[in-house]
Write a new protein. Structure first.
Length: 545
């Protein structure tokens, strides 16, 4: 492969983009203690980071066309490194929000689309497929290795070391940026501020609604948006569907606004015809589906390992390391398979591995993890994700010519962000609702627990219950005045409900993998190497529909 420096620099940047959130997730408890704040406040920072990423991805992509992609990549990675350093030095939550959620998020929305555009600009043919396979594997491996890296660094030193190290990597990247083939500006017309505002507001509201679905409830309220002490539950429903609907309406207004700009001869933020390309829609749909499954499963597995089995962050990272290895290997093999097989077939095979891996994961979950199937299932899961990811970048970017690669990269980043948010929110909501329903059902059907205690427990858990260690449930039962035998019975029911809820969540993840097969029909049915970048593949798969 020619120009290996470019893929090394872009791959390093890709890894940093993915690493952040996973590290923060496994470091929450130490961040809370270090900054003298609460879990809810740190989760706010995580949500804010996702919101910035989701809302401004299209705007960041367009800046690449106006300023030049290499320049925007350099500016973005410098902003990101500055945010990382501020995060590492944060004395309180406010500075963390500025450094991580704000500055790093802004840097990321410039970097992510530029990575895709620069890759498409530098490589072609088989080399492009290999390059996107490498980037996909790095993205997946970063998500899987994040808990291991974060767990190790947090356990041995402090979470701050990860962010300080990121700023050092950024310095190295900046030294090598000039080695990347330049992609000069392609647009000099007036920037589409109206489209940028509408897209940011629309995407931001959609992502916010999805992220808060598990907390506030997707339809009926399990919590509530609270403003000045007043709970907002429109017509008795959760605020989530109304927030998402408002976002969708704004995105519809954004689409009509962009069409009007095209009619009057102005350059829009996003060309409306881009989403009429069948291959583009197929690739973006698969990005949403794949990252929904990936992040949803990654939400379940650490909970099982840490809450049910009591493993720390480092042990959890070691346990899920097979996913990283299998994912990276499969992502490297995928481009070679693509020389003889179509992206559609490879993605379908990957989804098959995903489905089998999740089903085996579900069957191996138990209170003591005695089955060796757990490691095998993770390998299958990682291989499935790696095969899927190895194809999608090339599918999306080859559906348009190089001059439109920034727009395509922005859409890809937005789809990935929405899928990741959906996965955590949907699978998380399924898990917690299953835990609550299963626990209440067991309590109600246990004749050894007296009726007053049943009513008390049911009333106390009506708004849902969290995933906590069974020792906490035992202590809570004794503190509530339950006799030792009843407290043990309640704890036993909670432990059984946990296992069933984890399995139920994975069952839904496997169903999503089957549903994703439907979206593969718009992927190219012939190897992409047989078509030129930016041209429609055989059978009109990439033609406007």
């Amino acid at each position: 492969m020619r120009n290996r420096t470019t893929i090394m620099v872009l791959g390093t940047a890709q890894f940093l983009m993915v690493l952040d959130t996973t590290v923060m997730n496994v470091s929450i408890s130490q961040v809370v203690a270090d900054l003298d704040t609460s879990v809810a406040d740190v989760q706010l920072a995580i949500t804010a980071y996702a919101l910035v990423m989701g809302a401004f991805m299209l705007t960041g992509a367009k800046l690449g066309d106006r300023w030049g992609r290499r320049r925007v990549f350099a500016i973005g990675i410098a902003i990101y490194g500055t945010g990382s350093l501020i995060t590492a030095l944060s004395p309180n939550l406010g500075v963390l929000l500025i450094g991580w959620s704000g500055i790093e998020g802004i840097g990321a929305v410039l970097v992510v689309p530029a990575i895709m555009a620069l890759t498409a600009n530098t490589y072609s043919g088989k080399e492009r497929a290999v390059a996107f396979g490498i980037l996909g594997g790095i993205a997946g491996a970063g998500a899987a290795a994040g808990p291991l890296i974060g767990g190790f660094v947090t356990s041995v030193w402090t979470w701050r070391v990860v962010f300080a190290a990121e700023s050092l990597f950024v310095v190295g990247i900046l030294f090598l940026v000039r080695k990347i083939k330049d992609s000069p500006p392609t647009e000099t017309s007036r920037f589409d501020l109206g489209g940028s505002a509408l897209s940011a507001a629309g995407l931001g509201l959609v992502v916010l609604g999805i992220l808060k679905g598990g907390e506030w409830g997707f339809l009926m309220p399990t919590g509530a948006l609270t403003i000045s002490g007043t709970e907002i539950t429109p017509f008795g429903f959760s605020a989530v569907p109304f927030i998402v609907l408002a976002g969708v309406i704004l995105l519809g207004a954004f689409a009509r606004y962009e069409e009007r700009l095209v009619r009057v001869g102005r350059v829009p933020l996003l060309q409306p015809d881009l989403l009429r390309i069948a291959q583009m829609r197929g690739g973006l749909s698969m990005y949403v589906s794949n990252f929904l499954i990936l992040n949803g499963t990654f939400f379940v597995i650490p909970l099982y390992l840490q809450v049910v089995l009591g493993k720390d962050a480092l042990q959890t990272g070691i346990k899920i390391f097979p996913i990283s290895v299998a994912m990276m290997l499969a992502a490297m093999i995928g481009p070679r398979l693509a020389e003889r097989m179509s992206p559609r077939r490879i993605v379908q095979i990957g989804l098959g591995f995903l489905f089998v891996g999740i089903v085996l994961l579900m069957s191996s979950i138990s209170p003591n993890l005695a089955s060796p199937i757990f490691a095998v299932s993770q390998g299958l899961f990682g291989a499935g994700v790696g095969l899927v990811i190895s194809q999608l970048g090339n599918v999306v970017m080859s559906s348009v010519d190089e001059s439109r690669s920034s727009e395509a990269g922005g859409l890809q980043g937005a789809a990935q962000n929405v899928g990741s948010s959906l996965g955590t929110a949907l699978i998380g909501a399924i898990l917690l609702s299953g835990l609550t329903a299963g626990f209440q059902e067991r309590i109600v059907n246990d004749p050894s627990i007296p009726a007053p205690a049943k009513e008390q427990i049911t009333a106390a858990t009506e708004q849902g219950i969290p995933m906590v260690p069974t020792a906490d449930v035992q202590a809570a039962g004794e503190k509530a005045g339950l006799p030792p035998q009843q407290a043990e019975a309640v704890t036993s029911h909670y432990a059984d409900a946990q296992i069933d809820a984890l399995k139920r969540a994975l069952l839904f993840a496997s169903v999503f993998a089957l549903v994703a097969l439907w979206f593969t029909r718009r992927l190219p049915g012939e190897p992409l190497g047989e078509t030129s970048p930016g041209r429609s593949p055989p059978d009109g798969v990439g033609s406007p529909a």
